[in-house]
Design a protein around this ligand. Structure first.
Ligand code: DX5
Ligand code: ZN
Length: 237
């Protein structure tokens, strides 16, 4: 009996350990990026999420590999680079050389997803596949064995500060079931509209990496918001 209780505790703790918060610097103050990176790092987060937009794949332009290169020596945490660009195959090497640790590409952005993921792996980076709200999970079945993470978009990509789409929860659960049934090792990340309520919904559906931009950075006290996200993950709210 006691052994069983210990086992339940161990499983719970392991699950907790695996939960990661990834602030998106898209909502940081670009004139004070160093300050805003340190601000979240000192409050115990796990990744820095870097949103790259090209004005074609999404209707917005953000930053390029030069910004990743500039923040690499400043940041202690792994850089989780989310490429919202058409034909990412042309940019993988630039972002790898700039210091990205994880490079995630959209299934909708290339006709050559297998080759793109291979390229990322060959550069010794973690590879992620991203899926838009309108794309079915079946579109990524064929490459799930190759990826380190699956990023399920919970808003339409392009802008920070949008509302979480609750209908995507079933997709998160679907990918979590596929992972379990096939013994895949990828992590499940969610991105868009994450706050202290939606983070728990996404966690319960099976996600373990949570990107949050405006909820953290648009607040008067970002440290408090990070604490709220953690409390919510640990069911303390
Ligand atoms: C949206 C980006 C997100 C965005 C998240 O296209 O991929 O990472 O910055 O911002 P919030 O948390 O404000 O929805
Ligand atoms: Zn993102």
């Amino acid at each position: 009996m006691r052994g069983q209780i210990r086992k339940v505790f161990r499983i719970k703790n392991e699950r907790k350990k695996n939960m990661k918060i990834a602030p998106s610097i898209l909502s940081a103050d670009f004139a004070n990026l160093e300050r805003d990176i340190h601000l979240v790092e000192k409050n115990g987060v796990d990744y820095l999420h870097v949103d790259i937009m090209d004005g074609h794949f999404v209707p917005n332009i953000t930053m390029g590999a030069n910004v990743v290169q500039a923040i690499r020596p400043i940041a202690k945490l792994p850089l989780d680079v989310h490429l919202m660009v058409e034909k990412p195959e042309h940019l993988i090497e630039d972002f790898a050389n700039a210091g990205a640790d994880i490079i995630s590409v959209h299934i909708e952005a290339t006709a050559h997803i297998h080759a793109v993921l291979q390229k990322i792996k060959n550069l010794n980076k973690k590879a992620g596949i991203v899926i838009n709200p309108g794309t079915p999970i079946s579109a990524i079945h064929a490459i799930l064995s190759m990826v380190d993470q699956v990023l399920v978009m919970t808003v339409n990509p392009g802008f920070g500060g949008q509302k979480f789409l609750p209908e995507i929860l079933t997709k998160i659960a679907e990918i979590a079931t596929i992972k379990k049934n096939n013994n895949y090792s990828f992590e499940i990340e969610v991105d868009g509209g994450i706050d202290d309520h939606t983070i728990r919904q996404a966690k319960n559906a099976g996600a373990n990496i949570f990107v949050a931009g405006s909820f953290i950075y648009n607040a008067a006290d970002p440290a408090k918001k990070i604490a709220l996200l953690k409390d919510s993950l640990e069911d303390r709210l």
